[in-house]
Design a protein. Structure first.
Lengths: 376, 376
């Protein structure tokens, strides 16, 4: 089994970064959350002038055995249909990734559909290079969907480890091309149910607080989902299941989630900035953080999902996301929409003038330096 | 006096817009606030496929007579020094406007400083054309700062009307070049104090709730500011001052604020999308809305400022801003940072595939159309 070694960020640079932020031509703290973000990225990269290079979004897709039982408002076929929509460029994530300059790769982690031959060099090292912004499909299929966790574990421990390893391998290739900021998204009918189970097991908070309406269940549908998940949990507990992250992930997770956990661990190991989307990506991040707590340092939480259980996750991770727009779409849309704010944090740190360079009086010293003509 | 005629948006298209949003390949409502925003912009432009053209930011700068009395943590000279910083490209608003593709114009509405000759064609109709993203200074100076409202009205009624007319004229020129989305920003030491007085008078909420720390007053400074503003208000009330928007604006406003009110009215009259920044721009928007309530339909509230009084304004206008990042910088930074979200709202409406065009099953009918290869 691959083991990941993730170090907490070295905070020795923090004072220098804070000082650089504080000398910018603005009142102290006036850029709010963007100031904290700029310092976080500086610490991840161990630079006073961090750079975001080749931003990428990986959208992991997979099907869930439990979806047949009625945990979603949509039929399972929507998973592969949406993958086709991603490849055709017509989904929300395509629109937002294009707009904000993120390259998009769709990873078939375990969709119950044969996508047939595609013009894709699966293993070539140049997979991620020179392809502009047009989305490609990467075939990393573990199986055509997981098993139904109402009856048995969704995947075996070996499958879970293999899915994580494949996710890690994808990130290793991608990082080798120079990408240092990576957004995560997902598609999988039934995966808010899986994320709810993971969130419950890994935070210890009541299941009812972790379960939401997903793609749009009505009251009766929500009740059915809650009852089904309670049943799955009871079966797991009766079989002696504990709350170890890998075991919970194998028991209830989707292949897209397990692959994402591996991808996140590999990304943090390489000191990439991780753009964490909403509830399902959040469940993967929570799992990865329980495995390697230092991974938290590399996470930028992009938005607060309208899905109920997301608040539980964010609370458990003491995370304050950048956006709160009532989104509940997944696909990585929150990450793609928040990316300009992440870029803005880096840009103000690098491009804004300081009080000294701009000749602006600071209230703290009231010294007006001579006017200069260019930004420092 | 110029009179503005602003019509409420015609809502006849609302159902068609809502239906277009609902047929996109996503669960109903899953794009949250962006869906409402897309519909708002469609209604402003009276189109099912709205377009944002030549986005512009106008930053109005002016000085306040009351600034000498100690209502700000910074000396008054910072106003002109920051204008120089804008022109040199080194301020936060430069960084964010550049990043997000907004052209930037700085308007000297009444700065207490002689900027000397600049390479600017003040009145030429091509002022706003063909200049890329490099910021220019537009000279619309009313006077070198307002009078001190602790002693007398900040400006006369005639000055206030003239400032509004100049703001309107700027927008008329700008709209003639094809710009249909306009962000507002400001610079003026002392203008959170003025905005607090306007907010109090126009909402009727307690002055203490409307006054904040501005650029960073400490507790003692905040107390002094509150006491000074209470004194100014008492003088105004004793002189028979009422809460009519134009009178309040002339009494306490800055030239940058009066000019902005005129600019906003002219922009809404021409059916532009107005990007409303934080507390000071919000005070101008509140004034403009009190003059012409239909202006509210054209406003996109971009961020929730950390400045205390902004919450009062937003509550009074029942506005839910796009961003809540603890910003309190002004300059239009919240508008520039939110612009990609505004663009995203328009883009998803225009570019996303529908269930039918993408061949994705909708939970409402479960009909799977044949797969298609391009986005609809």
């Amino acid at each position: 089994m691959h083991s990941f070694e993730i170090s907490p960020v070295d905070r020795a640079l923090e004072n220098l970064l804070q000082n650089k932020v504080d000398r910018k031509t603005k009142p102290l703290g006036a850029l709010g959350a963007l100031e904290k973000l700029a310092i976080q990225i500086g610490l991840i990269q161990q630079r006073l002038d961090p750079q975001l290079c080749q931003p990428q979004l990986l959208v992991f897709a997979g099907d869930h055995g439990a979806a047949q039982a009625g945990v979603s408002a949509y039929p399972q076929d929507v998973t592969w249909q949406m993958v086709e929509n991603f490849l055709a460029g017509g989904a929300a994530i395509n629109v937002f990734a294009r707009q904000n300059g993120l390259a998009l790769t769709v990873v078939d982690a375990g969709v119950a559909h044969d996508f047939g031959p595609r013009d894709v060099k699966r293993t070539a090292p140049d997979f991620f290079e020179n392809r502009g912004l047009s989305p490609l499909l990467l075939d990393a299929k573990m199986a055509p969907g997981t098993a139904n966790y109402l009856e048995q574990p969704a995947m075996s421990a070996a499958q879970c480890a293999e899915a994580m390893a494949r996710g890690a391998a994808i990130v290793a290739q991608l990082a080798a091309t120079g990408c240092n900021v990576l957004g995560f998204g997902e598609m999988g009918i039934g995966n808010t149910a899986a994320a709810a189970l993971l969130t419950h097991c890994l935070t210890g908070l009541p299941l009812a607080e972790c379960v939401g309406r997903g793609t749009g269940l009505d009251d009766a549908g929500l009740k059915r989902k809650q009852a089904l998940l309670a049943t799955a949990l009871a079966r797991y507990r009766a079989a002696g299941g504990d709350d170890a992250p890998r075991q919970v992930l194998a028991e209830f997770g989707g292949f897209e989630m397990a692959m994402m956990v591996g991808a996140m661990l590999a990304a943090a190991e390489r000191r990439l900035v991780l753009l964490v989307d909403g509830f399902i990506v959040g469940a993967a991040a929570l799992t990865a953080i329980r495995l390697q707590p230092a991974l938290r340092d590399y996470c930028v939480f992009c938005h607060r999902s309208a899905e109920a259980g997301h608040r539980v996750q964010l609370q458990a991770l003491q995370a304050e996301p950048l956006l709160d727009l009532g989104l509940r779409l997944g696909e990585g849309t929150g990450a793609a929409l928040a990316f300009p704010l992440v870029q803005a944090a880096v840009n103000f740190l690098n491009e804004m003038a300081s009080f000294e360079s701009a000749g602006v009086a600071d209230k703290r010293d009231d010294v007006v330096a001579p006017r200069v003509s260019s930004a420092g």
